[in-house]
Design a protein around this ligand. Structure first.
Ligand SMILES: NC(=O)c1ccc[n+]([C@@H]2O[C@H](COP(=O)([O-])OP(=O)(O)OC[C@H]3O[C@@H](n4cnc5c(N)ncnc54)[C@H](O)[C@@H]3O)[C@@H](O)[C@H]2O)c1
Ligand SMILES: O=C(O)C[C@H](O)C(=O)O
Length: 336
């Protein structure tokens, strides 16, 4: 698993990477690149020495974002594409990251975004299926519990679906669980690990503190408070931003870490992350759990290990909502 130290390494390596030879050509696209997540994410990707071509796409304003970022003295060549240039933006990509779509306002659930974001993700996935069929997709747009099944079903309809390559980004849940756990127990956050499984909405987010390392004892109240804070981390930010969107900066950080792991895997160094993918680990056809990432994307999906009674009960509680969100996504594509 990549941690924040890697991020500093990118920055340190990035400006030196002009002289590196023999590295693989890696093209990465960000769809929704002019948005709240898209801009800082694109900047962080520009610092990643594994990326040779960075393709930024949005409905408008992308050439400006691209021009700005392109002045950073790092290796990746940056190009911005507006609305009609989607095919060009994704062609030849190894990795396509999708943060396109509307964010929540206070009082909304992630599922309230389905009406608008389902169609956006479907059309972007179709463009990837047509113009970059081998690319790995990292889907950020909410509701992730449905948008990942939407992308999978859209690609399946086109005959190009590969379950190893459609990944829902749940890294922010892991980032939050680590931060909150370390803070609560006075631990060094850079040495903390907390598995987070399930989905990416409220009770479907399940941090496994029984498997956290290092193990610190938690009272029942502490465990419940930490679990709920992780589940409601997104809402905490939406409320604090008071109508001005949801998490963008921490999300960009989390997506950049996850993309780095995906690229390391593609480049031949296996990495391990938690991500929402097609899965047979539980009764839900899509589920977030630990995976091994390698040259073709997800090489192996791991089971959940031993759960505490608290976690077993939470897993049972989340299942109807998760199954319903998956079904809603699949049906959306089937009926369109
Ligand atoms: N997975 C997670 O953990 C996580 C975390 C935070 C936010 N999100 C989600 O990410 C999404 C984006 O959030 P944001 O804060 O960046 O929103 P934003 O409104 O700031 O940016 C979204 C961008 O998407 C663009 N866009 C809309 N339709 C598009 C299309 N068809 N093609 C390309 N671009 C398009 C918009 O023009 C805009 O620039 C939201 O759905 C939000 O809920 C997910
Ligand atoms: O909470 C949201 O709506 C955005 C995102 O899913 C998050 O977890 O921050």
């Amino acid at each position: 698993m990549v941690n924040s130290a890697s991020l500093l390494q990118w920055a340190a390596q990035a400006s030196r990477s002009f002289s590196s030879t023999g590295t693989q050509q890696r093209k990465v696209a960000v769809l929704g690149a002019a948005g709240g997540i898209g801009q800082p994410l694109s900047l962080l990707l520009k610092l990643n020495a594994q990326i040779t071509h960075l393709s930024l796409y949005d409905m408008a304003g992308t050439p400006g974002v691209a021009a700005d970022i392109s002045h950073c003295n790092t290796k990746a060549q940056v190009k911005g594409y507006d609305q009609d240039k989607l095919a060009e933006a994704v062609r030849g990509c190894d990795l396509v990251i999708i943060p396109a779509g509307v964010p929540r306002k206070p009082g909304m659930t992630r599922d309230d975004l389905f009406k608008i974001n389902a169609g956006i993700v479907k059309s972007l996935a179709e463009a990837v299926g047509k113009h970059a069929p081998g690319a790995i997709l990292n889907i950020i747009s909410n509701p992730v519990n449905s948008t990942v099944p939407i992308a999978a079903e859209a690609l399946r309809k086109m005959g190009v679906y590969d379950k190893r390559k459609v990944l829902g980004v749940t890294t922010l849940d892991v980032v939050r669980a680590k931060t909150f756990y370390a803070e609560k127990k006075g631990l060094d956050v850079s040495a903390v690990d907390v598995p987070v499984v399930g989905g990416h909405a409220g009770i479907t987010i399940l941090p496994l503190f029984s498997q956290a390392s290092p193990q610190a004892s938690l009272t029942a109240e502490e465990l419940d408070a930490l679990t709920k804070r992780t589940q409601d981390g997104g809402t905490e930010v939406v409320t604090a931003k008071a109508g001005k969107g949801s998490a963008t900066l921490s999300m960009a950080y989390a997506a950049a870490l996850f993309a780095d792991s995906v690229l390391r895997g593609l480049n031949g160094t296996p990495t391990y992350e938690y991500t929402y993918v097609e899965s047979s680990v539980t009764e839900s056809p899509f589920f977030a759990s630990k995976v091994k990432l390698s040259t073709e994307g997800v090489e192996k999906v791991y089971d959940l290990g031993t759960l505490s009674d608290y976690e077993k009960a939470a897993l049972k509680t989340m299942m109807p909502e998760l199954l319903q969100s998956v079904e809603k996504g699949v049906e959306f594509v089937k009926n369109s």
